[in-house]
Design a protein around this ligand. Sequence first.
Ligand code: UD1
Ligand code: MG
Length: 465
Amino acid sequence: MLNDKITAVILAAGQGTRMKSGHPKVLHQILGRPMIACLLDTLINLGISDILVVVGYQAEKVQEALKEYPVRFVVQEPQLGTGHAVQVAMAAVPPEAQEVMVLCGDAPLISAESIGALHQLHKNHRAAVTIQTVALPDGLHYGRVVRDAAGRVTAVLQAKDSKDRPEILAIREINTGVYSFDTPFLREALQKIPKSPVTGEIYLTDLIHIARERGRAVEALIDPDVDSLLGINSRAELAAATQTVKRKINARHMDQGVTLIDPEATYIEPLVSIGRDTVIYPNVYLQGKTVIGENCLIESTVRIEDSILENRVHIKMGCVITQSRVGEGADLGPFAHLRPLSDLRPGVHVGNFVEVKKSVLHEGVKAGHLTYLGDADVGPGTNVGAGTITCNYDGAQKHKTIIEEGVFIGSNTALVAPVTIGKGAYVGAGSTITKDVPPGQLGVSRARQENRERRFIVKKKEEGS
Ligand code: UD1
Ligand code: MG
């Protein structure tokens, strides 16, 4: 935990042109969450309680997406560069803040360790500014870290301003865009940044040589965690960041005793929990606040969102489960769909091509094939035959179907709600049930079968045909 008086400023006002998107860059998702949320979680978990987010491009969208987070917003309009963004934010930095940490909303994977190390170095040297850097095989579009003969950082120069300076472009140590600043220095020096003659922008990085000119300490931490520190500027970099996060999450689950048959092809969002000895086949998506018990088996091509699977549940291939619960020992699929508020109690069997919505299937219910159960309460031990449909919608309203304990519903039955099938009742195959069936009785509503004499002419088989 960082207990010092720190204000974190997150730069997130830019459009992110290279994403070629109609959405603000920081809202593009990594495993189900806006990328900037990953950074906010890390800062909050570190105990940094004063967080300013600088927004600009589609500011309202970003504010709306982050409304649950304990952060303050500063609007930068127009966006005149990273230095300008911090100038705008400065008015909201409280006087008691000793250190201002600047981070980028589009470099959200930075770890708590990296932030802690930067802060510690900054504090130990009482520096005016401490920057985080990484060494790359090619410095690409990043700002280059310039050092003097003694190895001290003297400046950060932008690649786009150094096109005619190959000796600068050859530098492989680059600026990640994360800094710790001494607040009084920052407050005052920000006013002194000139506009770049090349782009007309106000660069935050100019504060490095301004600090040096004043004889203040500038420190740089070369961080080895390259994959987590580089920014996300394009769809390809977004995909790479998703892989980084996915691998970390999957490694954690495997460490805790979960078998992932192909971890590269398993997508588990950060808040999901999974019990030990559960086995997960490839192409599975576990999303939101899903909780999976022990000894479950989840086959391929399954998507589970905000749902609970108790222990020993078997989900066969091709199922989609949303906001639902599956009780201990139950099995589902292949190709079954649990829509929101489906509650399958222990030992339930739901087979292929079955859709369930807002229904309780009590212990031991079997619905093996081609069935729709919506707004239904199905009693324990009931057998729902193939092709059963609860007709829950009359065109205007939804109605309930109550099926009590130990009922047998014959195949191809339509249960027109509201309707109740009493305990131990039978429904004949092919019935359309519009009236309640009392307990223990047989409800049947199909036309009675007639067998008649055949009266058609058998065509004489033609020769040679
Ligand atoms: C910046 C750094 C560069 C560093 C790189 C790391 C500067 C001048 N350059 O370059 O040294 O290597 O980040 O990724 O600082 N933003 C605003 N308001 C603005 C401009 C930008 O909030 O007016 C935000 C962007 O949304 C983004 C961040 O600041 O989150 C960085 O801006 P970007 O334009 O990506 O800077 P780079 O050119 O990548
Ligand atoms: Mg950038």
